[in-house]
Design a protein around this ligand. Structure first.
Ligand code: KG4
Ligand code: ZN
Length: 335
């Protein structure tokens, strides 16, 4: 089966084509264009600009990705910026109509999880525990099988990516803060500042990152108020310490959930999953925790938003009747 996946939930215009055979997903093409540079100056995505750029790129991106005629079209229906989403959804509807092929709506976060199945050589066994860490979400999800997906918990305030981005801005780093903090952290000491690890030991699967942001704000105000202050020389240490605090919380809570539900697989997904420290620490801690679970994380290019992951999610969950029900009531995803 050939599936075209379309993703336009935020600032990326993505179209990916996958070919499936015996539950294996082959990636034929994945084209992504981002309007990110246009938002860099404002330090955050401007929805109006993002939507207008989607309009500009949607057709060229799909044309470039279409190496084979698809049997079905998958599209992100949410969550995301409405103006951006509409461009992908309406284009997918039109293609489905003129080609007379099924249209499969996909939840963006489920898409991030399914990036793990693309070009995957080893079998991902259930139950699987997935951590989705993006700019807008931090979710822990239990998968007892395809279509058996249960939301366990999520952030009560800022998402992990949002925390990176907001703290990046506090430190005077370029937008987006995630990759900028990762780069600055390379030369820093993660133990230099002892930032809080909010909710790390709480008896639930929720997260909170706004307190960390406040702690960094307090620390930088203190540092700049000193007569001999030289904040820029401390950016690497501040970045490394912030990154470590976020990584520690994400890993500890995920591994605790994996232990509780006897997960056989641990899956990482979303833009923050591109963070090398998070990826490496996960591998290390899984063996430290003596968990009998295999760790999966997509290649970095499939962690950030793309169309191929939407196509992969559609393939494993495509049941015409179920999709009809879901598109009317998206909350059913986490039933
Ligand atoms: O999944 P994504 O591409 O878009 C959303 O669905 O939000 O994630 C974007 C987020 C941004 O907050 C960005 O700062 C973060 O992912 N991010 C990173 C890295 N690359 C992207 N965070 C930490 N380290 C990175 N290397
Ligand atoms: Zn995303």
């Amino acid at each position: 089966m050939i599936i075209l996946g379309i993703e336009t939930s935020c600032d990326e215009t993505g179209a990916g084509v996958i070919e499936t055979e015996n539950k294996k997903v082959k990636l034929l093409k994945n084209v992504v264009v981002s309007s990110l540079p246009l938002h860099a100056k404002s330090g955050g995505i401007i929805p109006e600009i993002a939507a207008r750029e989607q309009i500009k790129y949607i057709i060229p991106v799909i044309e470039k990705a279409l190496v084979k005629k698809p049997d079905a079209i998958a599209v992100t229906y949410g969550p995301g910026l409405m103006g951006s989403l509409l461009v992908g959804i309406e284009t997918a509807k039109a293609l489905s109509f003129v080609w007379n092929k099924p249209l499969i709506p996909v939840n963006h976060l489920i898409g991030h999880i399914y990036a793990n199945w693309i070009e995957q050589k080893s079998e991902i066994e259930f139950p699987a525990l997935a951590l989705v860490v993006s700019g807008g979400h931090t979710d822990l999800v239990l998968m007892k099988g395809h279509e058996k997906i249960k939301w366990l918990g999520g952030t009560r305030d800022d998402a992990a990516g949002e925390a990176f981005d907001k703290i990046g801005r506090l430190l005077g780093l370029p937008y987006p803060g995630g990759p900028a903090i990762e780069k600055a952290a390379e030369k820093g000491n993660p133990k230099a500042f002892n930032f809080p690890r909010p909710m790390i030991d709480s008896n639930d699967f929720d997260f909170s990152f706004s307190g960390l942001k406040t702690a960094v704000l307090r620390e930088t105000s203190f540092l700049t108020s000193r007569p001999t202050s030289n904040l820029s020389s401390l950016i690497p240490d501040l970045s490394a310490s912030v990154q470590q605090a976020i990584v520690d919380v994400l890993i500890k809570k995920t591994l605790r959930a994996a232990q509780k539900f006897n997960a056989k697989s641990i899956l990482l997904g979303g833009g923050v999953a591109a963070n090398t420290s998070l990826r490496e620490n996960f591998k290390f801690q899984i063996s430290n925790f003596k968990l009998n679970a295999k760790f999966f994380v997509p290649p970095k290019s499939l962690c950030t938003d793309n169309g191929a992951m939407i196509a992969a999610a559609a393939f494993f969950n495509f049941k015409p009747q179920k999709w009809q029900k879901l598109s009317a009531n998206p909350e059913l995803y986490f039933d």
